[in-house]
Design a protein around this ligand. Structure first.
Ligand SMILES: [Zn+2]
Ligand SMILES: [Zn+2]
Length: 113
């Protein structure tokens, strides 16, 4: 009896907690839009992108073979974006990052506007 109640409680509680986190996240992003230094999406779009190739996989140094934001390796054929400091990231990952910061996640160099 008690065991059954616990199980039901776990299932019911898990969904609302996810919803709340989403709401907090959205509010956080909205608040951050008032800060003076986020990077405008137009600028992120204007940054050079390239496709990760087999050759890149062989030639790139280890630190350039993965995206520091999501901590995963680039797959061949994936688009990455390069900043002025020559650091590379997934385009979607860095777009999210630039909603909060205007500096490179690795070297903290400010993105030129
Ligand atoms: Zn990434
Ligand atoms: Zn950098």
């Amino acid at each position: 009896m008690q065991y059954d109640l616990d199980q039901v409680g776990d299932i019911v509680l898990s969904d609302p907690s996810i919803d709340n986190e989403d709401e907090y996240y959205e509010e956080y992003l909205q608040l951050d839009e008032d800060l003076p230094s986020p990077v405008p999406p137009e600028l992120v779009q204007a940054l050079p992108t390239s496709k990760f190739t087999e050759l890149n996989k062989l030639n790139f140094s280890e630190e350039n073979k993965y995206c520091t934001i999501c901590q995963s390796n680039y797959e061949v054929g994936e688009q990455y974006l390069m900043l002025m400091c020559l650091h590379r990231f997934h385009q979607p990952c860095v777009s999210e990052w630039f909603k909060l910061k205007d500096t490179c996640p690795i070297c903290k160099e400010q993105v030129a506007i």
